[in-house]
Design a protein around this ligand. Structure first.
Ligand SMILES: Nc1ncnc2c1ncn2[C@@H]1O[C@H](COP(=O)(O)OP(=O)(O)OP(=O)(O)O)[C@@H](O)[C@H]1O
Ligand SMILES: [Mg+2]
Length: 308
């Protein structure tokens, strides 16, 4: 199936000469959840703004549902719901009106039942007659989500939707996102909470310095870059690693009281069995063993660390 979003060699240089995107290529499949990770200033919001047609690219092309985002702006924009990073809503309007107007702006006929469902799903129903200035920060953020869902978009961009949102609400929000995915909505989100990406995304992309460093199925990424460590608590501390054990992914830790074995997750059983019998031969005994696995966060830090 053709990708629902297709980005080719996308570049963006702002008016002041700053190059925020340096040639991004990305396809997004219909119905997937893609999480974009990247440090502050990586180019995430810039990329999203271009796909949504609210910023112009300097070079390259973007299509949404097969339509060019510049030439067919109205067609592509109506397929997309955008939850922006910044709060930019009229503070004196009520929740109900804000969300209903937003549907109208996308050229859709009024549908109070849909608006009611959206507000209820986001726990905003009680506040529907309040003006936005009467809401808390987290509630305002949920109004932005309600607005983005008001016109039943096929694609939803969530640009850091959970910044400043408490744990319960964050869970509610992911519940809504999961429901949308089940109804076939494609979701692209940015987040600084890596565990969130780890939990919810099908694929993860990492952006840094205007470049997409990688985009992979989450499971493949973890298997490819994720390392595991086996930690052996030694009966007798070792001053240093014996020469005969050098170069096998082994190191001595905690002042000689542990032996640490780094291995990749694909060959673990065979290599651990071999290691243990080798230690036996060398007379190195241990009283306990445990494993540690690198998380998406470790992978992310190792990819972008030091390159800010
Ligand atoms: N209007 C603008 N004019 C000039 N530079 C800009 C403009 N908007 C953004 N930038 C720069 O482009 C780079 C990318 O910004 P962008 O907002 O896309 O980052 P981001 O990945 O969304 O970061 P964050 O995680 O902080 O939201 C930054 O260096 C930023 O300073
Ligand atoms: Mg941003």
């Amino acid at each position: 199936m053709a990708p629902i979003i297709s980005i080719r060699n996308l570049t963006k240089t702002y008016a002041n000469g700053f190059q925020a995107l340096k040639g991004i290529d990305l396809d997004v499949e219909k119905g997937e959840i893609l999480a974009l990770l990247g440090p502050n200033g990586a180019g995430k919001t810039t990329m999203i703004s271009i796909v949504c047609g609210i910023a112009n690219p300097s070079g390259g092309t973007v299509t949404v549902g097969g339509h060019d985002v510049i030439k067919d702006f109205r067609a592509t924009r109506s397929m997309i719901g955008l939850v922006p990073q910044e709060l930019t809503t009229d503070q004196f309007e009520t929740v109900w009106n804000t969300v209903s107007f937003s549907r109208g702006l996308h050229g859709k006929k009024a549908n109070p039942a849909h608006i009611e469902k959206v507000l209820r799903d986001l726990s905003l129903w009680e506040k529907k007659d309040n003006t936005l200035r009467e809401l808390s920060g987290g509630m305002k953020r949920r109004v932005l989500i309600a607005k983005a869902l008001s016109h039943e978009p096929e694609i939803l961009f969530l640009d850091e939707p959970t910044a400043g949102v408490d744990v319960t609400l964050r869970k509610d929000m992911w519940h809504v996102v999961e429901g949308l995915r089940q109804s076939g909505v494609t979701i692209i989100l940015t987040t600084h909470y890596i565990e969130e990406a780890e939990e919810i995304a099908d694929r993860v992309g990492v952006i840094n310095g205007g470049q997409l460093l990688l985009v992979e199925q989450k499971a493949a990424l973890m298997a490819k870059l994720g390392r595991k460590q086996l930690i052996l608590d030694l009966v007798e501390p070792l001053e240093a690693l014996p020469d005969c054990l050098q170069g096998n992914g082994l190191s001595v830790g905690d002042g000689g009281t542990t032996l640490i074995y780094d291995f990749d997750t694909t060959h673990e059983h065979a290599s651990i069995a071999k290691l243990l019998s080798r230690l036996e031969e060398e007379g190195i005994h241990f009283r306990d063993l445990s494993t540690r696995q690198s998380s998406l966060e470790d992978i992310f830090v190792s990819l972008v660390g030091g390159h800010k």
